[in-house]
Design a protein around this ligand. Structure first.
Ligand code: AMP
Length: 223
């Protein structure tokens, strides 16, 4: 099963993707994570991407698609995956269709207010080692400043500053939000209240997926 998560920055895509990985075993495929890895490793693609990411705009489609194709070709994506942060514009959605991927496609749009985004991202901390996500109030790490999973020192993402968040929101409203209509027209879009707390959001997504997975349309049995 191919699951696509649409939603503004801070809408909870990464948290939901992690919840679905735990529930069904589908790997989380986040283009943001892939780009940050490329930036950290200073690969040629990473050097191109860094300046766009720092300004809150989108990295060019060819760069992102190259990273995505490589990731989807790995063995763990064979039976399904959760796309977090792709597609981000109409041309990427066309490219995704053009890849001719097998399996049913289920799309979730995590709807959040801009106020929620600003509050969540100001308090978000991430692990640069394993990309685990924390929130200083709602999901603090067990040991202050350290990742529960791998022990690395948590950071505030360079693009989680108020100015860059505002730009990312503008980019989202202009380029990504219109994608919902495309998937709604296909009949595979599910609207989810992303302003709710993370467990409720994951439960709402699972209420859609559990019957599909149980019916054998992809993935392991729910855990
Ligand atoms: P994210 O981790 O999804 O919030 O992404 C962080 C940044 O990476 C975004 O603000 C973009 O600059 C870039 N990015 C992530 N996914 C894409 C994509 N599909 N297309 C273009 N840029 C992307």
């Amino acid at each position: 099963m191919r699951i696509i998560l649409l939603g503004a920055p801070g809408s909870g895509k990464g948290t939901v993707a992690e919840g679905l990985r735990r529930a069904y075993g589908f790997p989380k495929v986040s283009t943001g994570d892939l780009l940050r890895e490329a930036v950290r490793e200073k690969t040629p693609l990473g050097l191109v991407a860094a300046s766009q990411m720092g300004k809150g705009g989108l990295v060019d489609d060819a760069t992102v698609l190259a990273l995505l194709r490589e990731r989807l070709s790995r063995a763990d994506c064979r039976d399904g995956y959760v796309l977090d942060g792709f597609p981000r514009n109409l041309s990427q959605a066309d490219s995704l269709d053009g890849l001719g991927l097998a399996g049913p496609e289920v799309v979730f749009d995590l709807r959040v207010s801009d106020e929620t985004v600003l509050e969540r991202l100001a308090r978000r901390r991430t692990c640069p080692g394993c990309e685990a996500i924390y929130h200083l109030l709602d999901k603090p790490p067990k040991r202050a400043g350290l990742c529960d999973v791998c022990g690395a020192a948590l950071v505030q993402r360079a693009d989680d500053t108020p100015e860059v968040i505002r730009e990312r929101l503008k980019t989202y409203h202009a380029k990504t939000e219109p994608l919902a209509a495309r998937y709604a027209a296909r009949g595979n879009l599910h609207l989810i209240d992303g302003d709710a707390a993370a467990p409720a959001v994951i439960a709402a997504v699972r209420a859609v997926l559990d019957p599909l997975v149980a019916a054998g349309t992809g993935g392991e049995a729910p855990r």
